[in-house]
Design a protein around this ligand. Structure first.
Ligand code: CP
Length: 323
């Protein structure tokens, strides 16, 4: 398969692929954040803007999605653009007849101004970017690799609450090995100063050796923990994640770890503090009890998902916007 390193944003998003959080600088993140209030207003006024007028964007999703698909689709329409929406191309496109991945990308770039792609295999968004000659590729999640637009919305959500992205203490819990949202969020938080992340997971789901080595070279302190009793009480945020069932070869291996860490009211009371926010990229399966949803600190079904829409609108404006 083809590979290429994605280009740094370096203050200019126009026409660039968005593949990895390694492309972003703190300035790029702030550029996105500065547009969020305007994007929120456009969305809430129910009056589509013309920022993407005349633009057609293909949503090519080889894996299921509610939020990423739904928010990209909505964001494009809110900005006056149009979508070609392909769920499960393995069944509903000529991929089912044996068309190659490369040809599929060439076909859809011929019809569009950008392709937003989700795929079960790590590195596929980068491979798509290597094939596409005319339009940018946006990574909407590549297997166990990355999910850069999720990290943008997660960073915005933390920033909205704490008004800073440095000097933070966070707890990331669940599947560090397979969780692409975690991989992008760690990259994002390591761009800022003096952040400490406690990574709570069973042994089997710790970061891979290569990810751990990569991340520990960055300006961030990572502390791997395996017990709830090691959760620090001064955290600014908890970022709980689902154990990624679809990445396991054997169901019984998943069954062994799926309930390792569950947020209950009792856990929040014991290790939480009044100022933290409880985040989750969703979908939530077992790992946060429903009773926790009404806690004011639980924002995963509230601002976190809404911010996904506004942040993706801002990214689309900078990448493809005509005004
Ligand atoms: N957070 C996230 O990527 O959710 P979806 O899989 O529903 O898009």
């Amino acid at each position: 398969m083809l590979r290429q390193s994605p280009q740094k944003i370096n203050g200019n998003f126009k026409g660039k692929d968005i593949i990895s959080f390694d492309q972003f600088s703190t300035r790029d993140i702030k550029n996105i954040f500065s547009l969020v209030p305007k994007m929120r207003k456009i969305a809430l006024l129910a009056k589509p803007s013309k920022i993407l007028a005349g633009k057609i964007i293909v949503l090519l999703f080889y894996e299921p999605s509610s939020r990423t698909f739904g928010s990209f689709s909505t964001a494009i329409k809110q900005l006056g653009g149009q979508t070609v929406e392909i769920h499960n191309p393995q069944e509903f496109s000529s991929v089912a007849k044996g068309e190659t991945f490369e040809d599929t990308i060439r076909v859809f770039e011929a019809y569009s101004d950008a392709i937003v792609i989700r795929h079960p295999q790590k590195g596929t968004a980068s491979n798509a970017a290597a094939v596409a000659k005319f339009v940018p590729i946006i990574n909407a999640g590549d297997g166990t690799g990355e999910h850069p637009t999720q990290a943008l919305l997660d960073l915005y959500t933390i920033y909205e609450k704490h008004e800073k992205l440095d000097n933070l203490v966070g707890v990331l819990a669940g599947d560090m090995l397979n969780g692409r949202t975690v991989h992008s969020l760690i990259r994002g938080l390591s761009l800022f100063k003096k952040n400490t992340l406690y990574l709570l997971s069973p042994k089997q789901l710790k970061l891979s050796k290569s990810d751990f080595e990569d991340f520990t070279k960055r300006a961030i302190k990572l502390v791997e923990i395996e017990k709830e009793t090691d959760i620090p009480k001064n955290a600014h945020f908890w970022y709980w994640t689902r154990v990624q069932k679809e990445r396991f070869k054997k169901l019984k291996e998943y069954e062994k770890v799926k309930n390792s860490f569950i947020v209950t009211q009792k856990l929040l009371k014991k290790y939480g503090n009044p100022n933290l926010i409880l985040m989750h990229p969703l979908p939530r399966i077992y790992e946060i009890e429903k009773e926790v949803d009404s806690d004011p600190r639980a924002i995963y079904l509230k601002t976190e998902i809404r911010n996904g829409l506004y942040v993706r609108m801002a990214l689309l404006k900078l990448t493809l916007g005509i005004i």
